[in-house]
Design a binder for this molecule. Structure first.
Ligand SMILES: [Zn+2]
Length: 298
């Protein structure tokens, strides 16, 4: 018995699917055989301990983006550590959920949108692993994984949650919400939803050769809507809560139905992206980025 538990203790932490939860989603229901681990990365500490466990026969790592108890601003999130920690655990695919505001009348609070495009209006965060003597330019015309996005949208349909299969997510720095002028501008530009976190995660996931798919859970209409003044905080909280409950169901279904093999190019994003002459890449950078570039430069 003692032998068994000591073996368990020394089992190497591993997961194939990473889940990053946002506002309203600070834990993953249904995970069994769970354990918490604090992952050390060359970029510092992730937002919180990662919770590893099994769900529908798959090994899953869950991370609360803003930490449990919602203690970290969008600007303060250590995105690089969060994504690198997933990479170190062996994760190949990240599914993310986050709360967003709607910029269109037909994208209603309580509905989900699987974002397939981003506009990056962040200003105060580092959104690349590269630098330090190594230049890389990954393609990002299609910033999310088509396969994972399909699985997420199908899972929403399966669970009876109204879902939009594509849309443009504008990522602002925050933490303040938009001014009316900004909201009207975003609507004129025909963006769909607005949030504060996803584009940074998507960029880093691509650089780390991880698939990234994300569900934007619509919490409210942004301030542009004529009803904005009459919507109470309690109503928004109720929608946030309902969305989180739906997300738990949808995530479970998505993880269950996720095909084993990746039918996408996410896993070779760096194949033609590393520009610097390998002989000139500083040793320290090679070591620091080992989990990401090790198969190309050693
Ligand atoms: Zn992919």
């Amino acid at each position: 018995m003692a032998k068994k538990s000591s073996r368990k203790l020394h089992r190497k932490p591993h997961a194939t699917i990473g889940v990053i939860g946002g506002s309203g989603l600070y834990a993953m229901q249904g995970l069994t055989d769970t354990r918490e681990i604090r992952v050390k990365t060359p970029f510092g500490d992730p937002s919180d301990a990662l919770v590893l466990g099994t769900l529908e026969g798959k090994q899953v790592a869950f991370l609360a983006r803003h930490a449990r108890g919602h203690r970290i601003l969008p600007t303060e999130i250590n995105y690089r550590a969060n994504i690198y920690a997933m990479k170190l655990l062996g994760v190949e695919r990240i599914v993310s959920v986050s709360a967003v505001g709607s910029l269109k009348e037909n994208l209603r609070p309580g509905e989900f949108l699987v974002a397939d495009q981003f506009v990056d209006r962040t200003r105060h965060r580092i959104s690349t692993f590269f630098g330090g003597g190594l230049v890389a330019h990954v393609t990002f015309d299609k910033p999310t994984c088509g396969q994972v996005s399909r699985v997420l949208a199908d899972a929403s349909v399966h669970c009876g949650v109204p879902v939009h299969r594509k849309g443009t997510y504008i990522c602002m720095e925050g933490p303040q919400f938009s001014t009316l002028a900004e909201a009207h501008m975003h609507r004129k530009m025909e963006f769909d939803v607005i949030g504060m976190t996803n584009v940074t995660e998507a960029k880093l996931a691509r650089e780390a050769e991880l698939c990234y798919g994300t569900i934007a859970m619509i919490t409210d209409y942004d301030c542009w809507h004529p009803d904005h003044e009459s919507v109470t905080g309690a109503q928004i909280m109720a929608t946030l809560q309902q969305n989180a409950e739906n997300a738990q169901k949808v995530l479970r279904e998505a993880i269950k139905s996720m095909p084993e093999h990746r039918e996408c190019k996410c896993g070779s994003a760096l194949a033609h992206a590393l520009i610097t002459d390998p002989k000139l890449v500083p040793r320290a950078t090679k070591v620091k980025l080992g989990a990401i570039i090790g198969k190309y430069i050693s």
